[in-house]
Design a protein around this ligand. Structure first.
Ligand SMILES: Cc1cc2nc3c(=O)[nH]c(=O)nc-3n(C[C@H](O)[C@H](O)[C@H](O)COP(=O)(O)OP(=O)(O)OC[C@H]3O[C@@H](n4cnc5c(N)ncnc54)[C@H](O)[C@@H]3O)c2cc1C
Length: 406
């Protein structure tokens, strides 16, 4: 006899964990599955964000690695810094976040199955049967549900039986070192979220230093895999760039590498993903929720989970399929913003010279307050900055017309 659930969620990332957490809280019988034995095994995300998601998703203090106050952007030549004496954001422990969500599922009466890899699905008249392989003994187990949630992130393993069925994707990848440094070095970085742009420290993307708990830093580099016309003909890799940031920028007296991890992001331009098909609902990176400019994805993965849960709950209660509205609602809220970010990412990471990047950063630094800049970077509020650009452009033009220099 196959054990039966209302919903099986495949993938224990932020999207899957939040979906299973919500649905189990609503009283549905939920199974959350993850291919890794432990969330410590694929602790790939830098998990930097503002303070907003803490309240939005009731994320507890226990999963916070560190707070940050200042934001710095180091270009090839100059550094642009926005500072504050207030906390502006956090860096989470990604493993602890996912463990917290899975624990909530259990508290709500749901079941969590670690170390089980999804392999195939079979849609039947009154539900769907899923096969998992136990990573420890390679045995196959089957479960049945009314719906299955594809929360497998960039691989989109459940929604599509073949890779060829997937829409066209842009690939991004990132590598990160978790390092333990001396106290003096840590103190220099503990309040700062630092991003690196331009050819000296990055390659078709950006590099970063994020603070974690005492003496621990996350240092990494990420790139977009787009073939540029005059592609940088260097042998730079995200590994070499990460090591360069450690050795030539941080220059710690001494350091120990605690972990090396990384991951990929696959984004479908204009969000062409399938959100629902044949009893499969997709959430998170499986529907390109990750922002194509900054690669911030945890908040949006969890937002998509909250939205999907409204339609899943309604389906389970009324048996009515309204998942087309889920896709419409998500795209209505995010498509335009994501398309603007797609364009910006192509410009900043692929097209611009170091000088152009430097000029843009200088403009933002001279014209945007810290909160305005954060609002643009993390909340995609471009209006105020847009108006400022028009204002500066108008002033320049009137100076030009009057024969004066700006
Ligand atoms: C290097 C890097 C740095 C990042 N930094 C940040 C950051 O600073 N801030 C931020 O907000 N976002 C960041 N992101 C993005 C963010 O981590 C993702 O957008 C987010 O994790 C997406 O959540 P998800 O649940 O949709 O997918 P994922 O987190 O990818 O979760 C998918 C889960 O499904 C599991 N899975 C896959 N296949 C199977 C299978 N066959 N069977 C069972 N389980 C399976 C995987 O093991 C995984 O646990 C970063 C990403 C990378 C790669």
């Amino acid at each position: 006899m196959i054990e039966t659930f209302d919903v099986i969620v495949v993938g224990g990332g932020p999207a899957g964990g939040q979906t299973a957490r919500n649905l189990s809280k609503l009283g549905h019988k939920v199974l959350l599955t993850e291919r890794y034995e432990s969330f410590a095994d694929n602790n790939f995300s830098s998990a930097g964000m503002t303070l907003v998601p803490l309240d939005e998703f009731k994320i507890p203090q226990s999963v916070i690695g560190s707070y940050w106050k200042n934001l710095k952007i180091q270009c090839t030549k100059d550094e642009y810094a926005w500072t504050s004496d207030q906390n502006k954001g956090v860096v989470l422990d990604f493993g602890k976040l996912r463990q917290f969500l899975a624990d909530e599922v259990k508290v709500n009466g749901g079941k969590v199955l670690m170390g089980h890899r999804y392999v195939k699905k079979k849609v039947i008249q009154d539900g769907i049967i899923i096969d998992f392989v136990n990573s420890a003994n390679q045995k196959t187990v089957q479960y049945k549900a009314k719906l299955v949630v594809d929360a497998t992130g960039p691989v989109r393993k459940v929604m599509y039986n073949n890779k060829d069925d997937q829409p066209q994707m842009v690939l991004g990848s990132g590598l990160e070192y978790l390092i333990k440094v001396d106290q003096e070095t840590y103190n220099k970085y503990k309040d700062n979220l630092i991003f690196f742009l331009g050819h000296k420290w990055a390659l078709q993307g950006y590099s970063w230093i994020f603070p974690m708990e005492n003496k621990i830093l996350k240092v990494g580099a990420g790139k977009v895999h787009i073939k540029a016309k005059d592609q940088d003909k260097t042998n730079k890799t995200t590994k070499k760039l990460t090591e360069k940031v450690i050795d030539e920028y941080i220059k710690p007296i001494d350091y120990e590498i605690l972990d090396v991890h990384g991951g990929t992001l696959k984004y479908s331009p204009s969000i062409k993903d399938t959100f629902y098909k044949d009893r499969v609902v997709a959430v998170g990176d499986a529907i390109s929720t990750v922002n194509p400019l900054g690669g911030e994805g945890i908040r949006y993965a969890m937002q998509s989970a909250n939205l999907a849960c409204e339609y899943i709950d309604s389906f389970l209660k009324t048996n009515q399929n309204t998942f087309d509205k889920y896709r419409k609602a998500w795209r209505k809220k995010n498509l335009l913003k994501w398309q603007i970010c797609e364009l910006s990412s192509k410009r900043v990471y692929i097209k611009y010279t170091d000088e152009q990047i430097e000029n843009r950063m200088k403009f933002y630094h001279d014209n945007a307050s810290y909160d305005e800049f954060l609002n643009m970077l993390f909340h995609f509020k471009f209006r105020k900055i847009g108006l400022r650009i028009i204002q500066v452009f108008k002033t320049k033009l009137s100076y030009k017309l009057s024969g004066k220099t700006f």
